[in-house]
Design a protein around this ligand. Structure first.
Ligand code: C5P
Length: 399
């Protein structure tokens, strides 16, 4: 089943070449289960036709206050009722100016004035227009009015100039919109997460690593940010983009991961060890590439520090969450691990194939017992885990 069963989003599109990115955004939203209703200004229709948005959203597209297709002739009221949010992307300088001053001279601006749900805007304009003092005044006013300003990005613009004013990419807008819709259960909390594999050097070109993709840890970083937390992500080598809102510290070995965690942990309220930390490192890695010959090569391995156990053994530990993957007696071994590492919460991976996959199925073990999270995309598991942590935090703090 879709993670967001038909949550309604109104997507406003004003005049700008970035409107093509909003077609992709519509596709992403629909794919994720949102019910998307697109409203365009007249200028927007010069860049992308309403038919494109209609085909992608599966809903009628509105451009005109006098559209006779609404029985009550009030599209400016009807469209936002029941909506979780309105996102205007692209938001032109003209649209922002009207919005900041309460002007209502077409369907989109009238609908924005009449809305009763949160509003997000994604500015898109030439860098000079973005920096133009009246535009900056309008942005400041909109922020004061509680409008969320997404971006703009920096880079090459359609006009060939380089600077601030590019609309964010569809994927970024999608993540920011989803973040805006989540409950702020971890507001004000500082969360430190380890993710991905570690890499233990054998020689100049070789090492010992594992198949952890980092996807679960990255999903938790995203979910924690969505919940209002300040997020630091200490990551082994992965091919994943940094989750929006997270400060990422790249490491390779377990020793480097430990050093990064130790540098951050004193300022941490919640520590979540998702990384697949190598149990051993190579005692004497070779500076040079080891030459192949017919002899047996023996590597001497020494145990790595247990980062999570070290954090949880601190005098005033943050709320510590561990992960466990076992090939047999999962829950029994996992609970024993939770006790041994003194963790208020441990996440037991039910599926051995979770490494690299986009879905996962887990059991949460805490002092109250077991909570099973059925198979779902990792971001959904991550959101439920974050909500669970938020529920446990108050009793942990009392101890
Ligand atoms: O002991 P085991 O490796 O099964 O424990 C898994 C949990 O402990 C994970 O949360 C993992 O991130 C953490 N861990 C760690 N440092 C290690 C080994 C595991 O932080 N050296």
């Amino acid at each position: 089943m879709s993670p967001n069963p038909k949550k309604k989003i109104v997507l406003g599109v004003s005049g700008g070449v970035a409107a093509y990115k909003s077609a992709e955004l519509t596709r992403l939203l629909v794919k994720a289960g949102y019910d998307v209703h697109v409203v365009m200004t007249e200028a927007a229709t010069h860049f992308v036709g309403p038919v494109t948005f209609q085909a992608l959203s599966g809903n009628l597209v509105y451009t005109d206050q006098w559209d006779p297709r609404r029985p009550n002739n009030m599209p400016h009221i009807d469209l936002t009722r029941g909506a979780a949010a309105v996102l205007v992307a692209p938001a032109s300088a003209d649209l922002l100016a009207k919005l900041a001053n309460g002007l209502c001279d077409d369907l989109l601006t009238t609908l924005l004035a009449a809305r009763d749900c949160p509003l997000l805007v994604a500015p898109a304009m030439n860098r000079q227009m973005w920096e133009n003092p009246p535009n900056q005044r309008n942005i400041a006013q909109l922020k004061a009015d509680g409008v969320a300003i997404l971006g703009p990005g920096h880079g090459e613009q359609a006009c060939g100039e380089v600077g601030d004013g590019r609309m964010l990419e569809a994927e970024q807008l999608f993540e920011l919109l989803e973040a805006a819709l989540q409950p702020k259960a971890l507001s004000g909390q500082r969360v430190l997460i380890t993710a991905g594999p570690t890499f233990e050097r054998i020689d100049a070109v070789r090492g010992i690593t594992n198949v952890s993709s980092g996807k679960m840890g990255y999903a938790i970083a995203r979910a924690a940010y969505e919940a209002g937390a300040e997020v630091v992500l200490v990551s082994g080598e992965t091919s994943l983009p940094t989750p929006i809102g997270a400060r990422r510290i790249n490491v390779k070995s377990a020793q480097q991961m430990l050093a990064a965690v130790e540098a951050e942990v004193a300022r941490t309220d919640i520590f979540i060890g998702v990384a697949a930390v190598a149990d051993y490192y190579v005692l004497n890695p070779s500076e040079q590439k080891i030459k192949k010959d017919a002899h047996i090569l023996t590597l001497e391995l020494a145990p790595n520090p247990d980062i999570l156990a070290g954090v949880s053994a601190r005098e005033q530990p943050p709320f510590c969450v561990g992960f466990a993957a076992e090939s047999e007696n999962l829950l029994e071994y996992a609970e024993a691990k939770r006790q041994r590492k003194k963790l208020p919460l441990l996440v037991a991976n039910l599926v051995q194939t979770a490494f690299g996959a986009d879905t996962n199925e887990v059991v949460l073990l805490d002092d109250h017992g077991e909570t099973r999270l059925h198979s779902a995309p990792k971001i959904e598991i991550a959101r439920k885990l974050v909500a669970h942590i938020a529920r446990l935090l108050p009793e942990y703090r009392r101890d």
